[in-house]
Design a protein around this ligand. Sequence first.
Ligand code: GBH
Length: 463
Amino acid sequence: MSARSELRFPDNFIWGAATAAYQIEGAAQTDGRGPSIWDTFSRTPGKVFQGHTGDVACDHYHRYADDVALMAELGLQAYRFSIAWPRIQPDGTGPVNPRGLDFYDRLVDTLLDRGIDPFITLYHWDLPQTLQDRGGWTSRETAEHFADYAVAVHTRLGDRVRTWTTLNEPWCSAYLGYGNGVHAPGEQDAAAAFRAVHHLLLGHGLATRALRAAGAEVLGITLNLADVQPADRESAADADAVRLVDGLHNRIFLDPLTGAGYPDDVLEHVSRLVEPTFIQDGDEKIIAAPIDLLGINYYSPTYVAGRPGGAGGGGAYPGTDGLLEFLPPVGPLTDMGWMIEPAGLTRLLERVAADYPGLPMIITENGAAFPDKSGSEGPDDTGRVADSDRVAYLDGHLRAVHEAIARGVDLRGYLVWSLLDNFEWAEGYRKRFGIVHVDYLTQRRTPKESARWYQEVISRNGL
Ligand code: GBH
């Protein structure tokens, strides 16, 4: 490819990869780790594909040094990982477990030795089970405990870690965890889902405030924002449906986080399902604690149609059954059955930049599950793991990111989901998102073709 046809990214653009504790670490009972809601959920029959659990996962807890060496080989500049709260406080409160912190201490030092910037996510869904027994995120106390936990981690790692993210995708924690029950803890209760939304946001605000006071440099949150599109651009009913889904998915988080408080139309919808007495005076001010960076996870667009009085299901969005319907995905799909539409990422980034100006963004997750062509058993005879569909997905989405930057969006970097094949929540190990193949029998890692392609992208800072 000639230099002229290259698509170059800004000079300081950050290239990296992401993972999450429960999805890769394993060592579920090692060094004093307490049980989390995902340990419980994955042991509940019928919840996770074939009863898979995170007990062993990628055994990253013991193999982190090799994994960091692999990251360095690929040229990653940043690595986003999450801390398992139950390793730090086995019961979710009280004195810290030093052996749990030791692991992340070693991981951070190994990353820094290799020149890789550690991006910490404090909560990627593995709530200590003891806190769930006391109501989990439906309980206000959990938000307060979360802030204490955040400070405990910062006290140990804050001298070396610059970038701190409070929550990963509170939408999933609330709506999938407490609303439709597809994720842990598996509750199915609309009121609980909205209580959880609020207490997650409150926990974010309390933790952000405390971490700021403790001197944390870069603070943020990661949201799985939705690019919500109408089935028919001419339809007023579809426009209403878009507004409702956008409210329950995006604005319910972005507005309070950026100081505007909960949107009126969203509060009105929530109030039809539960009286929001859990929102107390002063909470919105706490939630609006200033952040430096908004993490965005994007996989697929959302197309919705208005069906007033219809029988259609509103999916994971509490209180929307009979009001709207999601269109079945069309076109090329990933192994998750998700539509592939890079333009949705450009639209989403431009929209956030327009409606919430002055907030630097980073893609904290983007990627795709595909079955490896050479078979999930591992590399073919030539040692290769062919995944041209993943290369095409990543290439398309990086072009979409580049386009958003060209249109003026302040986007600081891109972290691919995921470094490794891993425990894909309710799908267990059958869905593979990694740019590195993991053979779960031998724990052997093999960089896929997408990893080699990404290495090249990073080294050229462009496509
Ligand atoms: C992320 O969640 C997680 O942060 C990460 O841990 C996970 O492994 C990764 O993505 C891949 O799943 O249900 O058909 O309506 C993303 C979760 C994906 C939830 C898209 C909402 C909507 C598609 N989101 N999903 S559908």
